[in-house]
Ligand binder design. Sequence first.
Ligand SMILES: *Cc1c(COP(=O)(O)O)cnc(C)c1O
Length: 247
Amino acid sequence: MDITEKLKSVQDRIAESAMRAGRQPEEVTLVAVTKTWPAEAILAGFRAGIRDFGENRIEELASKKSRVERELGPGSEIVWHLIGPLQSRKSKLAADHADVFHALDRLKIANRVNQRLAESGRGAKTKLPFFLEVNVSGEESKAGIDCSRWEEDGAQRENLATIARTVAQLPFLTPRGLMTMAPWQVDSAVIRSVFRRVRLLSEWLQSEVPQADWALLSMGMTDDFQIAIEEGATHIRVGRAIFGPRR
Ligand SMILES: *Cc1c(COP(=O)(O)O)cnc(C)c1O
């Protein structure tokens, strides 16, 4: 199956899940995740109509972006999503190349990215939209702000709110909402409860830090994006279902 067919099938499943949840398919942005695939995969995706692409490593994003821009020229309307966590020494690259950052989990990173956006002048043109990454499953291997017991642990909630309040004040970043990753290899009821808890957490955050907008939810990948949409995802990050098994 080529990318066009696979994409169509993903879009059909998005529509199906949205319908089931009483939502419109247009409320869901499909971010096509091209990590490990060459720039040619992005160009093929582009020809199939995709405009939102995601990479989890900023070096990989930057190098494929320059390759793709050379091919397509300016004004391609591609939106480059950085979906993986960032090390602080790579903050400059992220500030220079990402259009949306899904995995902000530390103030240090936020400050450095903001500073670079100021210095480069890029921030004066457009603010960088970001999601705070939260870990509600409690899996050690997962990145994100620890919100594993947020419902009963006031300190965890306060920690998240403090980070949210602080980043909301940075002039060159603009909050969008929360991002999460479901645990690996657990049954769908557990995955559903993780997504639901993140949605409830985002509602709590909105009431607690109302000076910013936290309405969007980045959650759901190849194996679980339909559940994520049913639980309110506005951004799903899908790789294998579009491009096939990773290399
Ligand atoms: C790789 C990756 C995805 C996409 O995973 P698939 O299983 O290929 O859909 C989504 N989000 C993040 C953060 C990733 O690293």
